[in-house]
Ligand binder design. Structure first.
Ligand SMILES: Cc1cc2nc3c(=O)[nH]c(=O)nc-3n(C[C@H](O)[C@H](O)[C@H](O)COP(=O)(O)OP(=O)(O)OC[C@H]3O[C@@H](n4cnc5c(N)ncnc54)[C@H](O)[C@@H]3O)c2cc1C
Length: 413
């Protein structure tokens, strides 16, 4: 007969939402375990661009939306944690840049000036003179307006480590033989069976089940017979990676190129791949590229890079693409929810933060739902799952190595 362990909460999924919820529940003294099916952070979180948005991106369409107002408080809250002044202490997370650059061609700048004056957003872009511009924007031709936006960019892998490492004794892979935790609905509530290091089965009986499994929440809802009450949407992206061949390097860029539309044409963040800078490129190009083949997406991105960063040396550039879905609470019109979504059916709570920046809000709400702790933290002997690498090491969707194509073979040299 497997041993039964009673918990205040069982959290499924070790992305930003599950990890922040776990930290918060542990801090309150709850008996809580997190099960991660694959690798810690290995869903959308390590694939994210790591920008702690303050709302400007959402306000580009014109008047500040509800989303931009809600998100406006987030940078200050994250800032306190990143400085080690507030719980959770995230001083171990690597800040890649303390600001994003917004750059644009002629004409669109006036819209940014309007935003800069808007009272509805707290983090406003400030226009930079030629002497104030960071490289490579210091060499941008006249007609390109450049702004600084005080939105921090984090290295998502180090963020995940900073959140998970203090609570690794509560993070398990469940059952390494089946990868996904086995859930059942019984008279006791939801029961989850896991296997410890000695191969023994343990029955986890939580008062509350907190599903933070990103795209995996869909299957969890189905397993629990909740698929009609709890619906999810996916908004797919066809992201692009770019780097120079060995011996050369791209300049590090953290920012958005703003065009005539309501979303950035390109959002570029920079990581490190074996000592070389790698650009992780999202924005409109990744949304519009969903129906393009890999080759078409690479050709399209090269053309876009030449159009918006024409003064940067792109000679010999190599590109790759990665497909990944954003998993969110269902919206009837398919748009991005304005805030984090938590659907509760009894004591089952299915959560999508919508943005990294909203993870603290998910954790606060989960903590309220779980209420006062009733069970102690159990001691379980089991290996924690591995930490996920960045998307330029292993493709987060296919779990395969990245295949690079140089511009010449893309027919674009
Ligand atoms: C390309 C991209 C760029 C983004 N950039 C930004 C950005 O710059 N700023 C921002 O604020 N937001 C950004 N986002 C959004 C942000 O990344 C997500 O909102 C956030 O990471 C979602 O976190 P999560 O914990 O809900 O899910 P995930 O990070 O997807 O984590 C879910 C975890 O659950 C695990 N899992 C799945 N099924 C199960 C199961 N049955 N049992 C146990 N575990 C399971 C998975 O392996 C995974 O580790 C971006 C998203 C994408 C895709």
């Amino acid at each position: 007969m497997p041993e039964t362990i009673h918990l205040d909460a069982l959290v499924l999924g070790g992305g930003i939402a599950g990890l922040w919820a776990l930290r918060t529940l542990r801090e309150r003294g709850a008996g809580v375990i997190l099960l991660e099916a694959r690798a810690i952070g290995g869903g959308q979180t390590v694939a994210s661009q790591g920008i702690i948005h303050g709302g400007v991106k959402y306000a580009l369409g014109g008047a500040a939306s509800r989303a931009s107002r809600l998100i406006a408080d987030m940078p200050a809250r994250w800032g306190e944690s990143l400085a080690g002044n507030a719980f959770p202490d995230l001083s171990g997370a690597r800040v890649l840049s303390d600001a994003c650059t917004l750059w644009t061609g002629g004409g669109v700048g006036s819209r940014l000036m309007g935003l800069a004056a808007s009272k509805a957003i707290r983090v406003r872009p400030s226009r930079l003179d030629a002497s104030e511009r960071p490289p490579p924007f210091d060499r941008a031709p006249s007609g390109v307006d450049v702004y600084r936006l005080d939105e921090t960019v984090l290295d998502p892998c180090s963020l995940v480590r900073a959140l998970a490492e203090p609570v690794l004794d509560a993070i398990f892979s469940g059952d390494p033989r089946v990868r996904t935790p086995r859930l059942e609905r019984t008279d006791e509530g939801v029961v989850c069976t896991i296997v410890d290091a000695g191969g023994n089965e343990l029955r986890l009986v939580p008062r509350h089940l907190v599903a933070c499994a990103g795209a995996g929440n869909e299957q969890i809802a189905r397993d629990l017979g909740l698929e009609t009450e709890v619906r999810m949407q996916r908004r797919p992206l066809h992201m692009v990676l770019a780097r120079k061949p060995a011996g050369a390097d791209l300049p590090r860029i953290f920012g958005h190129c703003v065009g005539a539309g309501s979303k950035p044409r390109l959002t570029i963040t920079s990581g490190d791949s074996g000592g070389r800078t790698v650009w992780w490129i999202g924005g409109q190009i990744a949304e519009n590229g969903v129906d393009r083949s890999r080759e078409e997406q690479i050709a399209e991105t090269l053309a876009e890079l030449r159009a918006v960063l024409g003064w940067v040396d792109l000679e010999g550039i190599e590109l790759a693409t990665v497909r990944i879905d954003r998993a969110e609470g269902f919206m009837p019109d398919g748009s991005r929810p304005d805030e984090p979504v938590i659907r509760s059916v009894g004591r089952v709570h299915i959560c999508w933060p919508t943005k990294l920046a909203f993870a603290p809000i998910v954790a606060d709400r989960v903590s309220e739902l779980v209420g006062e702790p009733e069970h102690p933290q159990p001691m379980i002997e089991a290996e924690p799952p591995p930490f996920a690498p960045p998307p330029w090491a292993i493709d987060p969707s296919s779990h395969e190595e990245i295949a690079w194509t140089d511009a010449r073979s893309a027919g674009q040299a």
